[in-house]
Every structure is written in structure tokens, then in C-alpha cells.
Design a protein around this ligand. Structure first.
Ligand code: HEC
Length: 127
């Protein structure tokens, strides 16, 4: 009997993990659906059609947060507009372009737009 329970557990535990995983995944997908695609959620004309998923990936891969955190502390997000210096979507995109050039990141224009669109959505929230 106890072996049966043990076997059930062995079968059920991974199944439960799987169910949890699937639930988490679909929740993540649902969340994503609001943000990905064609600049949806930014509400800003110059970011129309921006590939937000691409922007998120580039920000992650480019160590933006790591370097910003070294300068500003925290999680690296405190660097975004502490002084309200950047006040328009165009200025934001320009700043990303500037970093791109200065740091030799080699982004294409549509990649700069994608990154700026993500920063708009997550931090600057211009209207
Ligand atoms: C090597 C370090 C470093 C890296 C890597 C870096 N940055 Fe920066 N970034 C800075 C510093 C330093 C400042 C602040 C400049 C200042 O205050 O004059 C800054 C400022 C900014 C600002 C302006 C913030 C504001 O509102 O005033 C933006 C936007 C920005 N970075 C975007 C990015 C993005 C996007 C990436 C990655 C693709 C990136 N940076 C990678 C160092 C870095």
C-alpha cells in the first residue's frame, strides 16, 4: 500500500509541477500579449510598429541595467529619467541612439526604436 502511495506520488509530483509550469507559462504569455507586437501599449506614434520583444531582449543582452546599476545603485532602473531631463519620446529615442553610438553597440535604427519603445512602456510613460 505504502509503495502504491509512493508510486502515486512519484507520478503525481512531476505532473503537478508540469501543471504549475503550464499555468505560469500561459500567465506569462497572457501578460506578454499586452506588451508585444506592434508597439502596442506605448501609445506613441514614433514607436508604432516597434518590436517590443526585440527591445526587451536587446536591453537584457546589452547589460544596460548592469552598467546603470553600477552608476546609480538599485536595480539599474533608477537611471531612467531621475531629473526629468528627457521629456519627449523623440528625446528618449535620441538618448538610446546616443548610447548606441557612444558605446559602439551597433544597433540598427529599428533596434534603437524597439529599445526606446520598451523604455517608454516601462519607465518614461510619455503621453
Ligand atoms: C557602460 C555603461 C552603460 C551602458 C552599457 C549603458 N548605459 Fe545608458 N547610461 C549610462 C550612464 C553613465 C548614463 C547617465 C548619463 C548622464 O547622466 O549624463 C546613462 C543614461 C542613459 C539614459 C538616459 C537616462 C535619463 O533619463 O536621463 C538612457 C535612456 C540610457 N542610458 C539607455 C541605455 C540603454 C538602452 C542601454 C543598453 C542598450 C544603455 N543605456 C547602456 C551608462 C551606460
Amino acid at each position: 500500500m505504502s509503495t502504491l502511495i509512493a508510486r502515486c506520488r512519484a507520478v503525481l509530483a512531476p505532473a503537478a509541477v508540469l501543471v504549475g509550469l503550464i499555468a505560469a507559462l500561459s500567465a506569462a504569455t497572457a501578460l506578454r500579449a499586452q506588451g508585444t507586437g506592434t508597439g502596442a501599449g506605448t501609445g506613441i506614434a514614433i514607436f508604432d510598429g516597434a518590436d517590443l520583444a526585440l527591445g526587451e531582449r536587446l536591453i537584457r543582452e546589452s547589460q544596460c541595467d548592469a552598467c546603470h546599476a553600477r552608476r546609480m545603485g538599485g536595480d539599474g532602473n533608477d537611471i531612467y529619467n531621475p531629473k526629468g531631463r528627457i521629456s519627449t519620446p523623440g528625446a528618449l529615442r535620441g538618448m538610446v541612439e546616443y548610447c548606441n553610438t557612444e558605446l559602439n553597440l551597433g544597433f540598427f535604427p529599428e533596434e534603437v526604436t524597439a529599445i526606446a519603445a520598451v523604455l517608454q512602456r516601462d519607465h518614461y510613460r510619455f503621453r
